[in-house]
Ligand binder design. Structure first.
Ligand SMILES: [Zn+2]
Length: 302
């Protein structure tokens, strides 16, 4: 929406062609780079830089948005430094990251920092009700447990599997009694993250592979000349994307578990503003097994 405001002749009306195409990701002057792999490579950054030099075709600006700028490799970041220090006068770079400290200091020092507000629970809930077909109970639940993350809220609200997986993950927090159960829980977490990543990626992977094979067959060239290298490259990329998914899944599972410890602290401090309303009784029982210090160190670990 910020990019739309810059290319729109009325500072972001939200309805004109410019605004609409920016928001759907098809505007000719706005490039959105969303890495699927573990890191953003120097090669990819160089391609972005080359394209960023083009003059904008319709509006006053060419805009390059890098999502997950915290995933820039060191060489990629270095490749970007000179460009963001002296960008083309008509080009704007938007580097997005979860927090400022996730971005390397050399990049940070050459950027202007904009802190975006986390949307409130109510606005996430309203968003879900207008943009998805979920009922109000599900919307309220998803808005509460996603803690202001709209994408995650939408995913939880509309995905039955995600809801049951979340339940399984949270149940783990209550199974921790000794070292043995901790190890079991950890390996269970890893397995779940892996299964989830594989089921999410396998369909896309085989589709991409098929497309590549078809493309080579279409040219009449055999797969041996060049084609096999292209396939190897694709497989490498896909593997990196799957590893990335596994880590993302683990990350969100741990965040889910952290909400349990958060709720324990909230309950102990005498408030009932807990996130996991459905697990209220369990959360109330949990402190009996845990010392406050253990809860805190549990939170820190996550
Ligand atoms: Zn507009």
């Amino acid at each position: 929406a910020f990019a739309a405001a810059l290319v729109c002749s009325q500072s972001g009306c939200g309805t004109c062609r410019d605004c609409q195409t920016v928001l759907t990701g098809t505007h000719i002057d706005v490039e959105r780079f969303n890495p699927t792999g573990l890191s953003i490579k120097a090669e990819e950054v160089r391609e972005l830089i080359a394209r960023s030099a083009w003059s904008p075709s319709v509006g006053p600006w060419r805009i390059v948005i890098i999502e997950d700028a915290d995933r820039l490799t060191e060489t990629a970041a270095n490749a970007l430094l000179k460009t963001i220090e002296e960008p083309e006068t008509h080009t704007l770079w938007f580097l997005c990251a979860p927090t400022l400290s996730d971005v390397s200091i050399t990049i940070r020092s050459r950027c202007r920092h904009l802190q975006l507000r986390t949307p409130s629970k109510t606005s996430v809930e309203e968003f879900l009700l207008t943009n998805t077909s979920v009922d109000s109970k599900t919307a309220a639940f998803a808005a509460r447990v996603s803690q202001g993350h709209i994408g995650r809220a939408r995913f939880i609200a509309t995905n039955q599997e995600a809801q049951s997986r979340r339940k399984d993950v949270l149940a783990l927090a209550f199974s921790l009694k000794d070292i043995d159960s901790c190890f079991k829980a950890a390996s269970r977490l890893l397995d779940t993250a892996q299964e989830q990543a594989e089921s999410e990626n396998s369909e896309r992977d085989s589709k991409q592979l098929k497309q590549l094979q078809d493309a080579y067959q279409g040219t009449g060239r055999s797969l041996i000349s060049g084609g096999s290298k292209a396939i190897k490259d694709l497989e490498k990329e896909q593997k990196s994307a799957t590893t990335r998914s596994i880590r993302d899944n683990l990350d969100s599972a741990l965040l889910d578990i952290a909400t349990i410890y958060r709720d324990v602290l909230v309950t102990q401090s005498g408030s009932d503003e807990i996130l996991n309303i459905d697990l209220k009784a369990e959360v109330a029982d949990l402190p009996a097994q845990l010392l406050l210090s253990a809860v805190l160190s549990g939170l820190k670990r996550y």
